[in-house]
Design a binder for this molecule. Structure first.
Ligand SMILES: [Zn+2]
Length: 413
């Protein structure tokens, strides 16, 4: 009530950010803003102006250390007391579209700089005392608007089209990147014949495709509450239910129940390692009688960074880097890039989206039931001539379109 009449209380409180980077008047502005908004703004401007690879916030003991990386060199550019950093961590999470306080998290932060709209990737891990946050420039490329924009092998687009002809069952859309996963669910709905069918969306991320459908937001609900919402939604008799993130057991089980009612469910899940996804599905089957017979297909996508052709150069990776590729036949030449004016010093030309579609057949379910090792299922798919994201990445590596580091991150992340 006091604030209502007299405005916010004047205080001498300070964010306590200490740095030699900025002049005194800028430091005063940064420190007077206890929300951390000014600090974030100046840090990102600095990152852009200095063409840094990344800026990281690292809590150690009682302080947050701000580290700037340029190529292989790292230096500290400032510190702030951990005690006043909590609003800053919250602000960064909110700006990056990360709701809740999960870990690890990954989000996108858009920043206006001299009339340009720049995108940054924010990676967040729970650290001792506070978040470990890394901010780096992101190469943005529009997500494919239609399936054929993926430039995927013909067998993949054909399998995708077959899944869009389903009337019932469960289709899983897998990607660890929340934005990519949401767009994949939207793309599936765009390509699905929805005339004469009632569609209902659950979650905050989906619903940005070409078609409009009623959406039930998730907000702060727990997995159990979302599962109840989905059950309540079924009483409205939708023909198609789409869920943005069914990564939690209860939500995926709820999606399974939609399929059991002879409806079509499409659910995003935050995995793109197939072996992990298969292990998870088997766990649900064994523990919760989740019936994989309702599972009709898995669609996965992944954005890979294509090297800038202007600054791409050939190099010989170290032996441990070659080992990490895990390839029985190594390509003859390897490429990397350092950044130039034409790629804004990112070394990257574009993000290309790769698509993978696995129709779930009776044979695959049989394997899921009997196979001891989920890697075995992946090998089975390979034997069937399946060309997944990894195979497509290996091809890009051979063509020198991606670096060995990008190939490894596609394999393991
Ligand atoms: Zn370049």
């Amino acid at each position: 009530m006091h604030e209502l009449f007299y405005g916010p209380p004047q205080s001498d409180e300070s964010l306590g950010f200490a740095s030699a980077l900025f002049p005194a008047d800028v430091m005063a502005k940064i420190n007077a803003d206890l929300t951390g908004a000014k600090l974030v703004e100046y840090l990102l401007s600095y990152l852009v102006q200095q063409r840094l690879t990344s800026v990281s916030l690292q809590p150690v003991d009682e302080s947050v250390h701000f580290m700037a990386r340029k190529g292989s060199a790292v230096r500290e550019i400032g510190t702030s007391p951990l005690a006043s950093a909590s609003p800053l961590f919250q602000r960064l999470r909110r700006l990056a579209g990360i709701h809740g306080d999960g870990s690890p998290e990954r989000g996108q932060l858009v920043f206006h700089f001299r009339g340009m709209q720049l995108a940054f990737e924010a990676l967040v891990l729970h650290g001792e005392g506070g978040d470990v946050v890394t901010l780096r420039m992101q190469v943005l490329s529009p997500f494919p608007a239609i399936c054929s924009d993926f430039a995927a092998p013909g067998t993949v687009t054909k399998a995708f089209r077959e899944l869009t002809e389903l009337r019932s069952g469960l289709v899983i859309c897998a990607s660890r990147n929340p934005a990519d996963r949401d767009r994949l669910v939207d793309l599936y709905l765009d390509e699905l014949e929805t005339r004469g069918r009632a569609v209902m969306l659950f979650g905050d991320g989906v619903g940005r495709g070409r078609k409009r459908f009623p959406r039930i937001p998730r907000q702060e609900l727990t997995a159990g509450e979302v599962a109840e919402l989905i059950s309540a939604g079924l009483e409205h008799d939708p023909d198609v239910v789409a869920i943005d993130n069914a990564g939690e057991e209860q939500v995926l089980l709820a999606a399974g129940r939609v399929a059991m009612r002879r409806k079509l469910a499409v659910a995003g899940v935050p995995f793109h390692d197939l072996a992990v996804l298969f292990r998870y599905l088997r766990h649900l089957w064994q523990r919760h009688h989740f019936i994989p017979a309702y599972l009709k297909g898995i669609i996965a996508c992944r954005g890979v960074l294509i090297l800038c052709p202007d600054c791409r150069k050939e190099y010989m990776p170290q032996p441990d880097e070659l080992d990490a590729l895990g390839l029985s036949e190594l390509p003859a030449r390897f490429w990397t890039s350092t950044g130039c004016d034409s790629c804004d010093h990112t070394g990257i030309k574009a993000r290309r989206y790769l698509l993978e579609v696995i129709p779930v057949t009776a044979e695959l379910i049989g394997r899921l039931e009997t196979s001891g090792d989920c890697g075995d299922l992946v090998r089975f798919l390979d034997e069937q001539g399946h060309r997944g994201i990894i195979a497509q990445c290996a091809e890009l590596l051979r063509q020198g379109e991606i670096s060995p580091a990008e190939y490894v991150s596609a394999l393991v992340l």
